[in-house]
Structures are given as C-alpha cells and as structure tokens.
Ligand binder design. Structure first.
Ligand code: NAD
Ligand code: ZN
Length: 386
C-alpha cells in the first residue's frame, strides 16, 4: 500500500454512521487516526476494564497504541492474541479467548474490544456474546473487509468441521471505530479483496456509488478522504439493510450478491488463501451473477459485460479460470452450493440483477439453469485458452 506521509495521529471529526436498532443501537465512527482517541470513546461507554482480542500480526502493529490510548483514559487493559488467519475461528481459540476474558476479570459493565480483521471480530464478538451470558463489545476493524462489512451488523461466530460460520450468535457491538489509517499497512491484495465488498454495495442498490468507486480507486488506495467516504458509505448501505432485517429473514440476503458462487469457489480451493481470498471469490461471483442474470434474460448482456470489464479494471478476477489450479467442474461447484447454508429446501437462492444497482433475491433457482450456465462459463474458459 502506498505510504502516507502525514501523521495519522489526529482524531479529526470522524464521520458518524448511526445504526438505529432500538436498545441495540450504536454508532460507527470512520476517520483517519481514530485509534489514538479510542480510550476516551471507550471509557465514555462506562467501562472500567477492557479485554483486547487481536491477532499476532495486528498486535505487533497496533496493540501498543491501543493499549496506551485505553490506559491513558484510565481503563484496566488485558490482551488476548490468536494466530492470524481463518484457522483461529475455532472451538479451541474460542475457549482460549473466553478464558482470557474471564481471567482479565471483565464484568458485565466492562468491554471486550476486537482489534483486527473479520476473523478477530467474529471470534471476539462471539466470545463476548457468550461469556457471562453476554458482554458488551467494541469493534476496531483493521481490514477494509472488516470496516465495510464484518464489523457492522452483529453476526459473530466460528467455523465447525461441518462448514464456515455454522456456530455463532447475533450480538451487536456497542461501538465501531473504523480508523482508516490502519489500512495503510494492509497488504495490497487484502485491500483490493476488501474493495470487492465496497463495490458490491453499488452493484446491489446504488449505481452512482459503483461509478464513484471506479473513479476514486487510486485515491481510496492512497488513503485520501475518498477512502473515508468509501468506508462510511458502505457502512451506511450495510446498516440500512441490517436495520430492515436484523436477523436475515429477507432483504439482508441481498448482501450475499456474488456470495453463492463465491462461497462455492472458496470451498473448491478448500479456503486456501494462497489461491483465493474471500473478496476475490466475491468479485468472480458478482461477475458470474450478472452474466447469469443476462443468461436468464433479466439484464442485458452489455450491462453484464460492462460489470466484468470494470471489476477487471480494478484488478479483480472475474472468471472461474482466474482461480489458480482451477475452480472445479460445474457439478463440483453445484455440489458445493448445495452444502452452503443459504440453500433452503434443496433449492438455490441467488442474488440476481436487472441492472447495476438493481439486485434482488431470487429463490428457487433450478439447478439445471445453474449447471447450463456454469458449463458455458467453463467452455468460455477453454475457448479463451485459459
Ligand atoms: N460477521 C460478518 O458479518 C462477516 C462478514 C464478512 C466476512 N466475515 C468473516 O470475516 C473473515 C475475513 O475477514 P478479513 O478478510 O478481515 O480477514 P482476516 O481477519 O484474516 O485478516 C486478513 C489478514 O490481514 C491481517 N491484518 C489485519 N489488519 C491488518 C492491518 N491493518 N495491517 C496489516 N495486516 C493486517 C491479519 O492478520 C490477517 O492475516 C472471515 O472469517 C469471514 O467469515 C464476517
Ligand atoms: Zn463477503
């Protein structure tokens, strides 16, 4: 990521996004340098102690500054760190984190603070949901994906041998502090993958925002004000859907645009992040969702092609053939889709689109249509010589 020369330590008027969920309402604050002022903001929630949960990579970069900020505000602080990566969303790590929180004598009035990417947020949030039958927690997301997606909405959990995110709870944070300066140290690949979730909000329901994302990508990478806007606008979009459908009974499924295909591809590569990270699967999945919509006569082939071209312009993969080692056969991908928890009663649910910003939930999509489409996509790959 491009180095930014000015000091990120100032906490200048963050953008505030309110998530109005009644007694579970909370604020998301977005801005450069929020970490330095985190102590005051967290102490203002009335806690006397904070258990910071993080991973070893993030700890080396940001646990020190956060610790100083919290202590500076008079809080008693303890730290629990797990190994970086998806493997830490496990029962073993959950036990360690819960014990760490209890050993730190975190009481009902105190706070768990999740400092890290989506892995830490999901794990720490779930621990907060179950220790002492529910502790308050604060999210300090440090990846772009976590700032625009996983830290907002209250889904927490870990993985089981039966699949990803199958054990968890809805538990809303009390506050989200998205310090956009910490993204300066995020590897470029992770940043771009997180950006797939940003443009997703445009593709779902906001065509002008999709255009804006394309135009401002260099500035967003460089860390200018456009980055803050991209994060805040994404949080607004996610918060709107979450408020309308907190427990994912309906409209919240729109957030899964690109994810039915994406999750199937992730399964095919056995969640090996060297081959594919989540946002890359989502980028391919979104391109596929538009081409599938075109094949079903829902949107024009020109629109579907333009979505693919524009995602490519952002450096994102858009085809099954982009997956190193291959994404599997159409039948393997279909089988993977049937194992996804979003399959209801043997029928497949897809998020399809009538155009950019015009996505909708399509239930009961026949498997035959999906297979025909995936076969065409796989043939396209060999025609193009990939
Ligand atoms: N709860 C939800 O609603 C929701 C939504 C989407 C995704 N998720 C979950 O999020 C997880 C993925 O999250 P992720 O993509 O943030 O992955 P991650 O948490 O594994 O972070 C990616 C990598 O970046 C490193 N890292 C984090 N912040 C950094 C920084 N500022 N500088 C340098 N390195 C940094 C981490 O150590 C890790 O190695 C998945 O488990 C997924 O299931 C949850
Ligand atoms: Zn996602």
């Amino acid at each position: 990521m491009t180095a930014v020369t000015d000091s990120p330590a100032r906490d200048v008027d963050p953008v505030q996004v309110h998530v109005p969920l009644g007694e579970r309402a909370y604020d998301i604050l977005v801005g450069r340098g929020l970490l330095a002022g985190a102590g005051q903001r967290i102490a203002a929630l009335g806690a006397r102690a904070a258990a910071v949960v993080t991973d070893d990579t993030v700890a080396a970069l940001y646990a020190g500054p956060l610790d100083a900020a919290l202590r500076g505000a008079g809080l008693r602080v303890s730290l629990v760190s797990v190994a970086p990566g998806e493997g830490s969303k496990s029962f073993g790590d959950l036990e360690r984190v819960c014990d760490g929180i209890l050993a730190a004598r975190i009481e009902r009035g105190d706070l768990v603070v999740a400092l890290g990417g989506g892995v830490v947020g999901d794990l720490a949030g779930f621990a907060a949901a179950i220790v002492r039958r529910g502790l308050r927690f604060v999210q300090i997301p440090t990846t772009l994906l976590a700032q625009v997606d996983s830290s907002v909405g209250g889904k927490t959990g870990i993985n089981s041998r039966h699949g990803k995110n199958l054990v968890g709870a809805f538990h809303q944070p009390s506050l989200v502090l998205a310090d956009t300066a910490v993204l300066d140290t995020l590897p470029a690949r992770e940043f771009r993958a997180g950006f797939a979730e940003v443009v997703k909000y445009g593709l779902i329901a906001d065509a002008p925002f999709f255009d804006w994302c394309l135009e401002h990508w260099p500035e967003i990478q460089a860390g200018g004000p456009a980055r803050d806007h991209a994060v805040a606008q994404s949080c607004r979009a996610k918060a709107k859907v979450v408020v309308a459908d907190e427990r994912e009974d309906g409209e919240r499924a729109l957030l899964n645009l690109g994810h039915t295909f994406g999750h199937a591809i992730e399964r095919q590569v056995a969640y090996d992040s060297r081959r594919l990270v989540h946002g890359e699967g989502v980028a391919i999945g979104m391109a596929l969702a538009f081409r599938f919509s075109a094949q079903l006569g829902l949107c024009s082939p020109e629109v579907a092609a333009s979505v693919g071209t524009r995602l490519e312009a952002l450096g994102m993969p858009t085809e099954l053939a982009c997956v190193p080692g291959g994404a599997g056969t159409p039948d393997e991908l279909l089988a993977a889709m049937y194992q996804d928890k979003k399959v209801a009663g043997g029928e497949l649910t897809f998020i399809l689109a009538r155009g950019i910003g015009q996505s909708f939930v399509a239930k009961g999509v026949p498997a035959d249509n999906v297979r025909t489409f995936l076969e065409a996509e796989s043939r396209g790959r060999s025609i193009r010589g990939g």
